[in-house]
Design a protein around this ligand. Sequence first.
Ligand SMILES: CC(C)(COP(=O)(O)OP(=O)(O)OC[C@H]1O[C@@H](n2cnc3c(N)ncnc32)[C@H](O)[C@@H]1OP(=O)(O)O)[C@@H](O)C(=O)NCCC(=O)NCCS
Length: 326
Amino acid sequence: MELFDSLKFKIVRRNIKIAFPEATDARILGAAARMKSEELVEPVLIGNPAEIKKAADARGVQLENFEVIDPDNFDRWDEMVDAFVERRKGKATKEQAEKILKDENYFGTMLTYMGITGGMVSGAIHSTGDTVRPALQIIKTKPGVSRTSGAFLMVRGRDQERYLFSDCAINVNPNAQELAEIAIDSARTAELFDIEPKVAMLSFSTKGSAKSPEVDKVVEATKIAKEMAPDIVLDGELQFDASYVANVAQLKAPHSEVAGKATVFVFPELQSGNIGYKIAQRLGNFEAIGPILQGLNKPVSDLSRGANEEDVYKLSIITAAQTLMD
Ligand SMILES: CC(C)(COP(=O)(O)OP(=O)(O)OC[C@H]1O[C@@H](n2cnc3c(N)ncnc32)[C@H](O)[C@@H]1OP(=O)(O)O)[C@@H](O)C(=O)NCCC(=O)NCCS
């Protein structure tokens, strides 16, 4: 099935509520209206109702039946402030919480934490840090996951050839344990997109062909990941060609279950991850969808500020589908 048809099938008519803290942005409003009319997502628009209405009129969006929550007039405000203070455990006073929660990203993240919405999509006008930080502080990572990471779904051509690349967005230099966790999370994320995970732990070395502390880290991460999740098909350390090209795999890693057939590519640190996905996107004509944040207790997605309405629509569908993952 076509990728987004399959995701839509999973979420349609399930009334999955997604918080949109940037509800005066025309791209957000357009995408929200489309998702609502297609019964894919129940958008929860955050902000001043008059300002949202003005922006919606300008965009030609009818706001009837939309849930709008105004942080300045929210009936569960006190409960939210208390929950935030409790969650931040001594890192914010009540007075500070009252101020912080006026920030729409913190407010939307708290709506998600409190279960009022299933997830949040933001970042069309905010930086990655401002979008993601509240989630790291409040929603936090799942048990057994110490770092949130950012995967990209790479899709190309009519037959929807697809791969998952990670971490391409968040962790500048993960250690071996963190890299192992990123690999395991990535395998799970891949399944959401009907990709059968075969995880390659990428390096500039294949099975001991080069020696360096950087390579040692990938070897160690491979060992940890195999111990933590023996059910996942995963191997390393592999160069990209050995992971992807069958005849190179035959020469360099003939006994590997992954070499030559990898579908999930785990980069050793952020420079290679970020550069790598952009090369595939720009030279390889792949569509890069993401970053898809993985490892959080509840999904929060960060749009690029260059995102268009279609990007908002797609990332929101993915976020809604992530709410159904265990
Ligand atoms: C994501 C990012 C913005 C977080 O930065 P930050 O807010 O300065 O992070 P801090 O170190 O101050 O930590 C803030 C909180 O988040 C937690 N945190 C930080 N990174 C985390 C991660 N990857 N996973 C889980 N928690 C994390 C910290 O433990 C801390 O929690 P606490 O306040 O409860 O103690 C930062 O990692 C970053 O800038 N990454 C690179 C992003 C980038 O430029 N990408 C390239 C293009 S997309």
